[in-house]
Design a protein around this ligand. Structure first.
Ligand code: NDP
Length: 309
């Protein structure tokens, strides 16, 4: 007998177990508090479990992170010595791309200016710009970043992407490595941050790096707040060096009441929901990985703690 233990304060156990049970015959799916025999727990499906969570499960074979971002997991000192996989779900990527497309198009079509004009009952004609003349820089070309970059390219934007290792993606001008970052930033009229939070990316977008953006650039962060120096970003938004920002993630979440970002007209704030795990579309991939692990085969979507993502 095998057991899959589930932990999340955000996701529905009932929904996940109803989707996984028919796909995993012979596997008991339960919450930690109802595990009968910890030695039979071979699989964990978890989002931000408490410290020490894995200790009783000495025969674990696979840990599935219930999300795409693994920064809260990979730095822990209590990780079991088993493969860790993340959710890789096209619907999750589509949801993320939809959010970023909305934010980019909102700036590309000058919608904030029309929102302001409407509040003032003012007819304010701004001649539309062609998307091909707008340079959109996407930092991070992973599962979500590459999907989003392609969707932006389909809309005709001049899309550039930046990653750690070299990439070749049709229709996207790809750069890689830290040495090219300042140049990349200087050519991004709209910057979209889609990097994972790792020791290398924490604080990457410092005051100096933000100052490399073209004056009046727009800034979109859908990855993790700690990648950006939030005080420097706030100052740049105040001075107009960065004209607009759409922020889904913050150094501290929830963004504390009284934070100056709340009251800035040129900032759109959403509460960390650009994309979420979608059980109906992700369940098959989770079940496939569990079956691969059961057969001793390599899993897909593996995360490497030493790399940080
Ligand atoms: P992936 O892990 O698939 O890809 C990460 C990308 O970032 C890769 O292209 C990688 O380069 C690049 N990268 C990593 N480290 C560096 C570095 N030091 N320098 C340059 N590039 C680097 O991530 P996803 O696309 O799936 O997701 C991105 C992030 O989105 C997640 O880590 C998570 O934090 C966030 N997220 C946010 C959500 C929200 O609702 N706001 C929801 C889901 C995820 P390479 O290709 O060379 O490996």
């Amino acid at each position: 007998m095998s057991t899959l233990v589930f932990y999340s304060e955000f996701d529905s156990f009932e929904e996940w177990s109803a989707l996984l049970a028919p796909r995993l015959p012979g596997v008991t799916i339960c919450r930690a508090e109802t595990v009968q025999n910890p030695d039979e727990v071979h699989y964990a499906l978890a989002w931000k479990p408490p410290h020490g969570f894995f200790a009783p499960y000495r025969h674990l074979k696979l840990l599935v992170n219930l999300g795409a971002g693994v920064d809260s997991l990979v730095g822990r000192d209590d990780l079991p010595p088993v493969p860790i996989v993340r959710l890789s779900d096209p619907d999750m990527a589509r949801m993320m791309a939809g959010y970023v497309l909305f934010a980019v198009l909102r700036y590309a079509r000058d919608i904030p200016a029309f929102e302001r004009a409407q509040r003032e009952q003012r007819w304010h004609y701004l001649h539309p710009r062609s998307s091909s003349g707008i340079r959109v820089g996407v930092l991070g070309l992973g599962e979500l970043g590459a999907y989003t970059a392609r969707e932006l390219a389909r809309q005709g934007f001049d899309v550039r992407g930046w990653s750690r290792t070299p990439k070749a993606i049709d229709g996207i001008h790809c750069r890689s490595g830290l040495a090219s970052l300042n140049d990349f930033l200087s050519q991004s009229d709209i910057l979209v941050v889609m990097l994972p939070l790792t020791p290398q990316t924490a604080g990457l977008l410092s005051a100096d790096r933000l100052s490399r953006l073209p004056c009046g650039a727009a800034f979109i962060n859908v990855s993790r707040g700690a990648i950006v120096d939030q005080a420097a970003l706030t100052a740049a938004l105040r001075s107009g060096q960065i004209a607009q920002a759409t922020l889904d993630v913050f150094e501290r979440e929830p963004l504390p009441p009284g934070d100056p970002l709340w009251r800035m007209d040129n900032v759109l704030i959403t509460p960390h929901l650009a994309s979420v795990a979608i059980p109906a579309s992700a369940a098959q991939q989770v079940a496939d990985n569990i079956q691969r692990a059961a057969r001793g085969e390599p899993v897909t979507g593996q995360v490497f703690p030493a790399r940080g993502y």
